[in-house]
Design a protein around this ligand. Structure first.
Ligand code: IPM
Ligand code: MN
Length: 355
């Protein structure tokens, strides 16, 4: 029996997670995936009521679950980034979830903003390092608020941290077997210390002679992803670059409404979430697109060993999009619950067809 920690969080989090949980229920009726859900209240409302963002006890509680499903964090009533750092950062760093896995797949041609690009052309996965780089909090402000202010933010990379994420990406490129190409994305020309990535990539790559080693600087990678998305198979990159590149990737798939991610430490409790934010202005309006949260639940199923369930979720999303039962991934294109219904309907059809 899997136990899933659910953190709906802020803004639209509650609504998109509600649909993800309904889809999970529909899948489990087909595949027999057995699970229980425990909800946690962390987010702006809880913080404003109690002063508690994400206590140590919450992190410890996370460790007792099979996986974590998170909606979205962030609220304009709270200091910028405070909750995101405490909750999302707290879980990523606290559980050492060093891989942020972000698939970029076009499921229906009409959703892509690029002209003449077919689904076959966009099928890549970005492996974003998730515990180092500019996110480590090494730095700060001096003489804050004065004309003499100094702000320092260090990007920190370790050999171990670099190696483990690169190795994960090589394994993934091999296992995906699409182009068997791993593109490393860095900025080691301008940021020389990042040459640690370049050297580690070459060294680790020797263990994977069947995987083609490819390289692009982050600026060029943005350009190539728009110009020639078909080139990309598996990508490995730094924390901040991966953050930026995958918002671009989300648009290639049709929008942030579909982009999902897994924060993973292989063999340990991992966290799954849509990559979009909390969109407070849409809260409670039943207009947010739940597809990304549903896709995140699908990734969680895969991680927990229900391959059949994960495939079912992905096929159902694809079918609902291609038939335009979900016409687009923009907020308001279809009601949140109706989008959930559409995907659950496709799960029923797929399950019936499989007999
Ligand atoms: C993401 C988000 C987070 C990040 C924010 C909310 C801290 O943008 O998951 O991509 O920068 O990692
Ligand atoms: Mn982001």
């Amino acid at each position: 029996m899997h136990t899933i920690a659910v953190l709906p969080g802020d803004g639209i989090g509650d609504e998109v997670i509600r649909e993800a949980l309904r889809v999970l229920e529909a899948v489990s009726a087909v595949t027999g995936f057995a699970y229980t859900v425990e909800r946690y209240p962390y987010g702006a409302d809880h913080y404003l009521k109690t002063g508690e963002a994400f206590p140590d006890s919450a992190l410890r509680a996370m460790q007792d679950h099979s996986a974590i499903l998170l909606g979205a964090i962030g609220d304009p009533r709270v200091e910028t980034g405070l909750l995101e750092r405490a909750i999302i950062g707290g879980i990523r760093f606290g559980l050492d979830l060093y891989v942020n896995l972000r698939p970029i797949r076009l499921l229906a041609e009409h959703l892509c903003p690029l002209k003449g690009v077919t689904p076959a052309a966009i099928d890549m996965v970005v492996v974003r390092e998730n515990t180092e780089g500019g996110y480590v909090g090494v730095g700060g402000n001096m003489k804050k608020g004065t004309l003499d202010e100094v702000a320092v933010c260090n990007m920190v990379w370790t050999r171990k941290g670099t190696e483990r994420v690169i190795r994960f990406a090589f394994e993934l490129a091999r296992q995906r077997g699409r182009r068997k190409r791993l593109t490393m994305v860095d900025k080691a020309n301008a940021i020389r210390p990042q040459d640690l990535w370049t050297r580690t990539f070459e060294e680790v790559g020797r263990d994977y002679p069947d995987v083609e080693r490819d390289h692009a600087y982050i600026d060029a990678a943005c350009m190539w992803m728009v110009k020639n998305p078909d080139w990309f198979d598996t990508v490995v990159t730094d924390n901040l670059f991966g953050d930026i590149l995958t918002d671009l990737g989300a648009m290639l798939q049709g929008g942030l409404g579909i982009a999902a991610s897994g924060n993973i430490h292989p063999g340990k409790v991992s966290m799954f979430e849509p990559i979009h934010g909390s969109a407070p202005k849409y809260r409670g309006k039943n207009v947010a697109c739940p597809v990304a949260a549903i896709a995140a639940a699908g990734m969680m199923l895969e991680h927990l060993g229900d391959r059949e369930g994960a495939a079912l979720v992905e096929k159902a999303i694809g079918a609902a999009l291609r038939t335009r039962k979900i016409p687009s991934l923009q907020a308001g294109a279809i009601a949140t619950d109706a989008a959930g219904d559409a995907i659950i309907g496709e799960i029923g059809t797929l399950a019936a067809a499989a007999g």
